[in-house]
Design a protein around this ligand. Structure first.
Ligand SMILES: CC(C)(COP(=O)(O)OP(=O)(O)OC[C@H]1O[C@@H](n2cnc3c(N)ncnc32)[C@H](O)[C@@H]1OP(=O)(O)O)[C@@H](O)C(=O)NCCC(=O)NCCS
Length: 153
């Protein structure tokens, strides 16, 4: 059964395992990936038993009074795609961010993210859940331009 929860420090070994299996066989970068998701951003996991099958991480941007959250990363393991997992992860993130801003006396106004211009899958995904394509930033990534995607709450 697929479940969803906030990532905790104890999830580091599972995140490292997922990175090594899904992304690349590089232990150093896998450890950095796990550190980033647990220590530097707020991360929500989807799990299937002991296995992590998806992650989304987010951060506030600027002062809380601006009401802006950025989706820093989103990924679902290949064998689990097209089952609604990313949709659910972004829905949970949105509710978590709304609650976070509200607890601090502010309202979440905007969620945005940077995407590689050529990532057609991500484009279809974000368009389908109500995000709009914004400005293009030339040369943002080493091998691609970036596009900002944004959703007003
Ligand atoms: C993009 C990604 C997170 C989507 O995850 P997912 O769990 O498969 O997404 P969902 O099942 O919630 O998809 C919801 C809708 O998005 C669209 N979509 C998702 N993947 C798609 C694809 N490969 N082609 C076309 N549309 C797609 C569809 O409209 C889909 O609805 P449907 O399955 O009923 O047709 C996943 O493909 C992934 O991890 N890709 C690699 C990493 C990445 O690109 N991350 C985003 C960086 S900005």
């Amino acid at each position: 059964m697929i479940e969803y929860r906030t990532a905790l420090i104890d999830d580091k070994p599972l995140l490292i395992k997922m990175y090594l299996e899904e992304i690349e066989d590089n232990v150093e970068r896998a450890a950095r990936f796990a550190d980033d998701l647990i220590e530097h951003t707020r991360t929500i996991l989807s799990t299937d038993g002991e296995q992590i099958c998806g992650t989304v991480s987010w951060e506030t941007r600027g002062g809380l009074e601006d009401g802006i959250a950025e989706i820093v990363s989103l990924g679902v393991s290949e064998e689990y795609r097209r089952q609604g997992i990313a949709t659910k992860l972004v829905e949970i993130l949105t509710n978590q961010a709304i609650e976070y801003f509200s607890e601090h006396g502010h309202a979440l106004r905007v969620i945005f993210l940077f995407m590689e211009r050529t990532n057609e899958t991500a484009r279809n995904f974000y368009k389908g859940i109500g995000f709009s394509e914004g400005a293009e930033i030339a040369g943002f990534y080493p091998d691609d331009h970036a596009v900002i995607w944004i959703k007003h709450l």
